[in-house]
Design a protein around this ligand. Structure first.
Ligand code: C2E
Ligand code: CA
Ligand code: CA
Ligand code: CA
Length: 278
């Protein structure tokens, strides 16, 4: 099952015999990596289209393995989810994000930070308690955070998902529905979730300026979201024409390589300081 999640790239890179063996050794190394600084967090800005400023950043985990090299999240997040390591990994990311956000705030930058929260963790009481504890120990208020959850995540156990998301919202944390459009959520389902934001998946966004069916989908999603009082983020903006189109249909925020790739915290600080000086 583990082999499903990795590709030819990994097979070649590792030289190990089969998927299971690779997965086991990868997860052992992940345990060590969580303690030795190999797991880093990079940040991708989300641009506010009304102000042209960075409103928020998404935290994206990066594993800089000394031997295997850069290991993309798609290779280890699914395995971490299957082997109960996603809780510790996410707490590591959240700890880093709280420390970095505290620093930005001390310097006068008011960007919010989004953290990806896996499906499984919506029904994990230990994880929820650990988040509360981290927040209580931090000088960063919940209002500075966004938790991104996926449709599939929220779908599996509706009542529990709603209760957990409400718990976070009571702490001031905003909730964003990630990869919107790729799951099977009905409108009534979306309406019942305590959401602040929809992130439209890049597969719908990327050609919206040049394909009329995609344009209609994105346009109507934005209208629907606004009717429900939700903000909208468009993901995967790779060129100027696409960005201009999204602005013209009153999308709230945009994220993608055209605006910025995910960058180190050091590079992000340079961006924020440049904005503040402008
Ligand atoms: P996601 O949450 O949908 O994150 C967006 C992904 O799209 C990121 O890939 C980002 O680098 C990429 N991206 C951003 N702009 C563009 C663009 O313009 N074009 C294209 N083609 N791609 C773009 P990344 O960093 O490789 O992360 C992949 C996935 O891994 C994420 O998808 C998320 O599901 C998961 N992930 C990353 N960090 C974490 C984490 O800390 N916790 C959990 N649970 N999942 C994470
Ligand atoms: Ca995300
Ligand atoms: Ca606090
Ligand atoms: Ca996404």
């Amino acid at each position: 099952e583990a082999a499903v999640h990795d590709g030819v790239f990994w097979r070649r890179a590792s030289g190990e015999r089969d998927g299971l063996e690779r997965a086991v050794s990868l997860m052992g190394e992940l345990d060590a990596a969580l303690g030795n600084g190999e797991i880093e967090v990079h940040y991708q800005p989300k641009l506010c289209l009304a102000t042209d400023r960075i409103a928020s950043v998404e935290a994206l985990v990066r594993w800089r393995h000394p031997v295997r090299g850069f290991t993309p999240p798609d290779l280890f997040i699914p395995l971490a989810e299957q082997t109960d390591r996603i809780g510790p990994l996410t707490l590591h990311v959240l700890t880093t994000v709280l420390r970095d956000t505290s620093d930005w705030r001390a310097r006068g930058h008011r960007v919010t930070a989004a953290v990806n929260i896996s499906a499984k963790l919506l029904a994990a009481p230990d994880f929820i308690a650990a988040v509360d504890e981290l927040l209580a120990r931090s000088d960063v208020p919940g209002e500075a955070l966004i938790f991104e959850v996926t449709e599939s995540a929220a779908m599996s156990d509706h009542a529990t998902a709603v209760a957990t998301l409400n718990h976070y919202r009571e702490r001031g944390i905003a909730v964003s529905m990630d990869d919107y459009g790729t799951g099977q959520s009905t409108l009534s389902y979306i309406r019942e979730l305590p959401l602040n934001e929809l992130k439209i998946d890049r597969s719908f966004v990327q050609h919206a300026h040049e394909r009329s069916d995609d344009a209609a989908l994105v346009r109507s999603t934005i209208e629907l979201a606004h009717t429900l009082g939700l903000k909208v983020v468009a993901e995967g903006i790779e060129d100027a024409a696409n960005l201009a189109f999204l602005k013209s249909i009153r999308c709230d925020y945009a994220q993608g390589y055209f605006i910025s790739r995910p960058i180190t915290v050091t590079a992000l600080l340079v961006l924020l300081q440049g904005e503040a000086a402008a």
